[in-house]
Design a protein around this ligand. Structure first.
Ligand code: AKB
Length: 316
């Protein structure tokens, strides 16, 4: 059987960098291509320039050309503005998040791609969503541009699956935490920066209040969930909007306490900014039983295991 050729769009981001390398382990180095808006010169510390291509996903003509030239059969489309940067640039965020997705869904339909992955987020939920163990289906009233674009995107994914048979799959990521790549523009980013600051300076000023509980997921779990979902037989994928996905939930105070177990001198202060309102509109915890049942999802990391792993890897 012909091997799949994979294109990762938004490959220089927090998830993209790690996912590209994980996909190479599954599909082989020569079958995975990374692209992003940056020039090859700017990303040579991340990728071998032979497998890297500069692409603005809003340029449909170039996107279609690249898919044809590289004989791409699967796309992971990760390029997006996140919640905090989306509030700074709402129009640009809407354009990238929506038109970028349309270009990918249309390419899948027009060029016959085998599969598409597109991430959604807990940002699809809003102030009237049940905040504790948020179910798969419930009131969804996001009040950030990012959340609104992700919710609209979910509806489009389901529509393209039903109407055109596009095999599109998606996960509603919580905040992602990893040590290999830096996040950018998210409300949950504090939970990554805190580790770097704890190691460098033994202190961190958090932009959220101490008791703001949010759902989070450690990167090895996020990578496994993404690849397991994409490798699952199509008939197991019953949800074509996006699956709830959970790892752990914690507050800034709890993650600080967990870090203090390893770095007793660590001190946390709080100076909430505009991101507090975004966090307050999101769930505290997520019920992911549908993902568990449909394709066997199960997280491996809790707060303690993640803290130990993050500190060990960042310190070395
Ligand atoms: C953000 O904080 O915007 C993202 C997300 C939860 O989707 N990490």
């Amino acid at each position: 059987m012909q091997k799949d050729n994979i294109l990762v769009i938004g490959a220089c981001g927090q998830l993209g960098t790690e996912l590209t390398y994980e996909l190479m382990k599954v599909h082989g180095v020569e079958h995975v291509f990374a692209c992003d808006i940056r020039t090859p010169k700017d990303v040579k510390h991340l990728f071998d320039t032979k497998m890297y291509h500069t692409l603005n996903v809003l340029n449909q003509k170039k996107l279609y050309e690249l898919i044809k030239t590289l004989k791409i059969t699967q796309i992971y489309h990760l390029a997006a503005y996140l919640s905090a940067s989306g509030e700074k640039f709402p129009e640009a965020a809407w354009e990238l998040n929506m038109d970028g997705l349309f270009n990918i869904l249309n390419a899948a339909r027009d060029l016959g791609l085998r599969k598409v992955y597109w991430p959604s987020s807990i940002a699809v939920f809003g102030p009237n969503t049940p905040a504790i163990m948020t179910p798969q289906n419930c009131i969804m009233d996001p009040n950030t541009i990012y959340g609104i674009s992700k919710l609209a995107g979910e509806r489009y994914c389901e529509y393209y699956h039903k109407r055109y048979g596009v095999d599109v799959r998606s996960l509603r990521y919580p905040g992602l935490i990893g040590w290999k790549s830096a996040p950018g523009g998210g409300t949950t980013d504090y939970a990554v920066t805190i580790f770097h600051e704890a190691i460098k300076n033994n202190k961190f000023e958090c932009f959220l209040k101490q008791n703001t509980e949010l759902p989070m997921l450690y990167m090895p779990d996020a990578l496994r969930a993404t690849i397991d979902l994409m490798e699952a037989p199509a008939e197991k994928i019953k949800i074509r909007s996006s699956y709830n996905l959970a790892g752990m939930s914690f507050t800034p105070k709890e993650i600080a306490a967990s870090i203090k177990q390893h770095i007793p001198k660590f001190k946390m202060t709080y100076s909430p900014d505009y991101r507090q309102a975004i966090a307050d509109s999101w769930p505290n915890s997520i019920d992911d039983k549908v993902a568990r049942k449909d394709w066997g999802w199960k997280p491996k990391f809790n707060l303690e295991k993640m803290t130990k792993d993050m500190l060990e890897n960042l310190s070395s």
